[in-house]
Design a protein around this ligand. Sequence first.
Ligand code: ZN
Length: 145
Amino acid sequence: MADQASTAVGPYGIAPYKMKRGEEYMSERQLEHFASILNAWKKQLMQEVDKTVGHMKDDAAIFPDPLDRAVQEEEFSYELRTRDRERKLIHKIETALGSIESKEYGYCEECGAEIGIKRLEARPTANQCIDCKTFDEIREKQTTG
Ligand SMILES: [Zn+2]
């Protein structure tokens, strides 16, 4: 915790964006910044996926004991779920990268409002502003519960 303030590097090894005075929202520089975050994150995830696959290959079919096998199968299904989540996340990242290319990045899909640098810094794949996101979550809760 102590050195959190002194390290100016974000979770993807990229320092948070510093807005210049009078800089426009989603300027070329900002788009580049978020593109590098997304690319770094994607790379990280791809390495994770590779690790999972490698790990599963290494472990496959060495347990003759049915109990061990059950545990192993549980681990496998956990890893498969993790991998599935990673794949979905990679897909989201790719979608975000696509919207950077088409310069639609940073604006809410629902209402077109600016999502905001801070929110994007925390959630680079965000495609909704906080208001729409919150509204969606409330609606989801109402329909499922
Ligand atoms: Zn919105």
